[in-house]
Design a protein around this ligand. Structure first.
Ligand SMILES: Cc1cc2nc3c(=O)[nH]c(=O)nc-3n(C[C@H](O)[C@H](O)[C@H](O)COP(=O)(O)OP(=O)(O)OC[C@H]3O[C@@H](n4cnc5c(N)ncnc54)[C@H](O)[C@@H]3O)c2cc1C
Length: 433
């Protein structure tokens, strides 16, 4: 549906505007690819000296996979190239098998299925494939945005910390959870300018699959599992075409994060084992496989203070910059790609030509995306607590936990993105006439 042809506007004249994208994570890259493939002029500005992702897994639900196809078929092909599904044919529709992590019983308490089951990728491998879809001249590295002003022609002027500047007709901040563009839009002192600590942290590891099979057996190592427990949960899924097992061990704490401004800190494996004392041999067996020096991730989100708007004039935000969420639905990155699909379609629409139209496109994007993505942030908090038997009215009742997950995963997975985009374009059309 690229270049939106059926919304009643006249034949598409070439675009004479330029979009600046700030940040080259999954949100910024997928948006740049979506725009470039629709002949919308854009440049991506990334503060690092190259594209980078951490050595960990990320999984995608059916809505995310559809968003890849809509954004650009090449993104979907890149994903298929690096995607790993559950190892057993009988588990192809299983998202996760849920187990009681505190008893010595290897049977699942229940399983949650989706139409595509589990789809895990190694982040860095996926990003490597994505970068191949964007010409090098569309990207500028070493550009950390500091502020944005407007010149006498109405162009947005971006000032970078290296003293340089660049201009564009509109700017999309895909600069992650600590977004500078969000701060510029809402004001540095607004409560949503900064994310807050969810009082959960996570140890992450990638371990060789043969070692994992030795430690916990084939069924649990080769297929995605969620080990539940009091105030903690451990999830695993295979990546690297089944050669590695991705492990993420979450813990809830009443304490504040002591890592200062950093979202990660290092810890010793012994600390993880202490945190999960009392869990069963599957959980402890998994943790013993991790490196001695582990990274711990603080889970921050925008749940306490949702952003009141995803745009202001011709500035907008997408991905974690707009709706950073805890990862308990495994959907944050997928929602980044949903954002990119909607934004690409709107900006490529033939109705969008002038500065005023660009603002209208951002308004239609805000209307289309804000409610759903802010729901995710709250739902993710709730479901993380369900996995840890902490959710009010649910506790350790496995039937209730299963029902909550089913219902919420349904809302995430069963989005009709094509319809959502059509609705957003109708909205855009009303705004530009
Ligand atoms: C433990 C954990 C597990 C997760 N698991 C999953 C999962 O299984 N499935 C899923 O869908 N999601 C998952 N997520 C969420 C997912 O990782 C994020 O939603 C997603 O990666 C955010 O992408 P982004 O592009 O918005 O931001 P980022 O990946 O943070 O990218 C932002 C980019 O902007 C750049 N940048 C920042 N500031 C500036 C600046 N001032 N100027 C220029 N550039 C700048 C950064 O260098 C970076 O490249 C998980 C998150 C965590 C913490």
């Amino acid at each position: 549906m690229a270049n939106g042809s059926s919304n009643g506007c006249a034949a598409a004249p070439p675009k004479n505007f330029e979009i600046a994208i700030i940040g080259g994570g999954i949100a910024g890259l997928s948006l740049a690819i979506g725009l470039h493939q629709r002949n919308v002029p854009c440049t991506l500005y990334e503060r690092a000296s190259n594209f980078h992702e951490i050595g960990a897994g990320v999984s995608f639900s059916p809505n995310a996979v559809q968003a890849m196809e809509v954004c650009h078929q090449g993104i979907h092909e890149a994903f298929e190239k690096v995607c790993t599904r559950n190892g057993w044919a009988s588990k192809r529709k299983v998202w996760f098998d849920f187990l009681d992590g505190t008893v010595e019983n290897e049977d699942a308490s229940f399983s949650i299925n989706t139409s595509l089951g589990q789809n895990g990728v190694h982040r860095a491998h996926f990003l490597d494939e994505l970068t191949k879809l964007l010409p090098a001249n569309k990207v500028q590295f070493g550009k950390q945005i500091e502020n944005i002003s407007e010149d006498s022609q109405g162009k947005k002027v971006m000032k970078f910390t290296d003293g340089t500047s660049a201009s564009a007709d509109a700017v999309v901040g895909c600069d992650g959870i600590r977004s500078t563009v969000r701060q510029i839009i809402v004001g540095a002192s607004h409560p949503s300018a900064r994310p807050t600590y969810s009082h959960k942290y996570a140890y992450r590891g990638l371990v060789p699959m043969d070692k994992a099979i030795e430690a916990i057996g084939e069924e649990r190592a080769q297929n995605a599992c969620m080990h539940m427990g009091p105030d903690g949960h451990v999830l695993t899924f295979p990546v690297n075409h089944g050669e590695k097992l991705n492990i993420v061990a979450f813990r809830t704490t009443p304490d504040e994060w002591d890592g200062g401004d950093r979202l990660t800190k290092s810890a010793h494996r012994q600390e993880a084992l202490r945190d999960f004392a009392g869990y069963n041999s599957l959980v402890l067996g998994l943790l013993k496989l991790t490196e001695e020096e582990l990274s711990v991730w603080a889970i921050f989100d925008l749940g306490d203070h949702p952003v009141p708007t995803f745009y202001k004039g011709r500035l907008s935000i997408a991905g974690d910059a707009a709706h950073a969420t805890s990862p308990h639905h495994g959907a944050g990155a997928g929602f980044c790609i949903e954002d990119s699909a909607v934004m690409s379609e709107l900006l490529a629409d033939q109705c969008v030509q002038s500065h005023k139209d660009l603002e209208a496109a951002f308004a239609a994007y805000d209307k289309s995306r804000r409610e759903r993505s802010q729901w995710l942030v709250q739902s993710s908090r709730r479901i993380g607590d369900c996995y840890e038997w902490r959710a009010a009215g649910v506790g350790k009742d496995f039937k209730k936990i299963e029902n909550e997950i089913e219902e919420r995963m349904g809302i995430i997975s069963n989005l009709d993105l094509i319809q959502a985009i059509q609705d957003a374009k109708e909205d855009l059309k009303r705004r530009v006439v």
